[in-house]
Every structure is written in C-alpha cells, then in structure tokens.
Design a protein around this ligand. Structure first.
Ligand SMILES: Nc1ncnc2c1ncn2[C@@H]1O[C@H](COP(=O)(O)OP(=O)(O)OP(=O)(O)O)[C@@H](O)[C@H]1O
Ligand SMILES: [Mg+2]
Length: 270
C-alpha cells in the first residue's frame, strides 16, 4: 500500500551548462523513485523549450501553458507514464512561458502547489542557466541536483549555478551529480574540485549525489524515446540511476522497509 505524505518533497534538476543530462536523469530517476511505492510527478519547467514529453514519445494536447493561462485545471494536464509516475508536459515555443513576469511566475508556482495532493516527490526539470525562472524552482526545492559533466566548461557553469543558489540563500540541500563520467574516480576528482572551491569562496558545503557513467544505452534510449531504466535495465547508466534514487530516498525520507531500497528498485526492473 502507498504511504501518502502531506507535503511532497521537491527535487529540482538544474545545471549551468545545457545538454548535460538533466532531462534524461529526471525521467529515469522519477521511474526509479516511483518503483519504491511513492507517487512521483515530473514537471517540465524548461519553460519555452520543453522536452520531457518528447523523450517519452508523447504528443499531448495540453501542457503547463494551458494551466498558466487558466484554460485547463492542473489535474487535466497530468499524464500517466507508469504506475506511480505522472508528468506535466512543458510548453515549447511559447514566448509567454519563456518570458514570465514575476507575477505570472508566482501564479504558476501557486497553481503547481496543488501537486502536493498528487505526489510524494515532485521533480522539476529546469532549463540550463541562472535565469529567474530557474532560480524560482531552485528556491522551492528540498534537494537541488546540479548536473554537470566532467568538461571544464560544464564544471565552471555548475559552480556559477551553485554560487547563484547560495547567494539566493536557498534552503534546499545543494548536491552535484556528475554525468557522463568514464569512472567513479573521475567523478570523485570533479566533485572534490567543486567542493573545495565552494568551501573556499562561498563558505558552503555541497553534497555528492554520485555519478552516471557515459553509456551508449542513454543515446539509444533517447532515439527510441523510451527511458533507459526500462529498455536497458542492466546497463551501467541504469545501475547508476538506481543507486542515485536509493541514495535520495534514503537521505530525504528514511525507508520503512527492512529490504534495501536499491534492492527494491532493482527487483522491479530485473
Ligand atoms: N550518461 C550518459 N551517457 C551517454 N549519453 C548521455 C548521458 N547522459 C546524457 N546523454 C546524452 O546527452 C543528451 C542530452 O541530455 P538531456 O536532454 O537530458 O540534457 P539536458 O541537460 O536536459 O539539456 P537541456 O539543457 O537542453 O535541457 C541526451 O540526448 C543523451 O544523448
Ligand atoms: Mg532538458
């Protein structure tokens, strides 16, 4: 039986540089978290250039734009993806979404607060960069996952995102996820570097969310428009995302069950 929490935990996936893997991670992480008997809603808040629905092979008539403009209630844009997992598609190519006024942004956040009745976990998938829309969703999070690859430019931009989050005095835990690494060692070195500069120049500690290995299955699953944890459950990338889900669920909401979360997530797919 599902346990219903009164307030959903919010994870915001963000990055400084674009194309580092926020959306593929959000979708696959969402699936793993839903496999632990929790209700998960992924909200595509890459306002203006949304693509969660594209990566899932969906073509929905309604999206977040229709909610914001009061054309349709929130419940009507929720799309069922798997047991326990729903998404709210974002709107692509709509100027209004890309250029929200502060008032409209607050109105949207207010409307989205209804998701507390539908989810234990809400995952916001943002666009890259430090614009006002992104910062608003970073600000709402219990857990801010800054995604980066080991490329120096991505690491520099991840630091810029961390700095902006700290300057905005966010209350959520800031953690870094290293994506597309060739080894655990590479991830550790990059994480250490970010940890040291954040301590030295921002006086803050960032957490280690772990890593996802570079894996051709990810690109293949994108072309198939299917999540890799379902298509390639034994792939290296799937194992990494399962441990990420396990780590998050353990740290943010201690599990009730005695079986390890990683085992329970893995059992569902293998
Ligand atoms: N671990 C990985 N191994 C191999 N390829 C990957 C991995 N993670 C992501 N990719 C590739 O990177 C591409 C971009 O991923 P994604 O769309 O999730 O990035 P994003 O950060 O959401 O981009 P944007 O900033 O445009 O929203 C994917 O289509 C996939 O091909
Ligand atoms: Mg994206």
């Amino acid at each position: 039986m599902k346990e219903y929490s009164t307030k959903a935990k919010i994870i915001t996936m963000t990055s400084g540089k674009g194309g580092v893997g926020k959306t593929v991670t959000a979708i696959n992480l969402g699936l793993c978290l839903s496999a632990t008997d929790k209700r998960v809603v992924i909200v595509d808040v890459d306002l203006g250039l949304a693509n969660v629905d594209i990566l899932l092979g969906l073509n929905q008539p309604y999206n977040i734009y229709h909610v914001l403009t009061n054309q349709i209630p929130l419940e009507k844009v929720l799309v069922d993806i798997a047991p326990g997992l729903q998404i709210i598609p974002g709107g692509s190519g709509q100027d209004k979404l890309a250029n929200l006024t502060e008032f409209e942004r607050q109105h949207l956040i207010q409307l989205l607060s209804d998701l507390n009745n539908h989810a234990d976990w809400i995952i916001f998938d943002t666009s890259a960069g430090i614009d006002r829309n992104v910062i608003s969703f970073v600000d709402l999070a219990d857990l801010i996952i800054v995604v980066t690859t080991p490329e120096p430019s991505a690491i520099t931009d991840a630091y810029a995102m961390i700095k902006t989050a700290v300057q905005n005095q966010v209350s959520g835990k800031i953690c870094v996820l290293l994506n597309r690494v060739v080894s655990r060692h590479e991830a550790r070195i990059c994480h250490q570097r970010l940890l040291q500069v954040s301590r030295k120049f921002l006086g803050t500690s960032i957490y280690d969310a772990g890593y996802i290995l570079e894996d051709p299955c990810v690109g293949q699953s994108v072309k198939m428009r299917k999540p890799f944890v379902l298509e390639f459950p034994r792939s290296q990338a799937s194992c990494c995302v399962m441990s990420l889900a396990s780590k998050i669920a353990k740290n943010v909401q201690p599990p009730q069950q005695k079986t390890s979360l990683l085992r329970r997530v893995a059992n569902l797919f293998w």
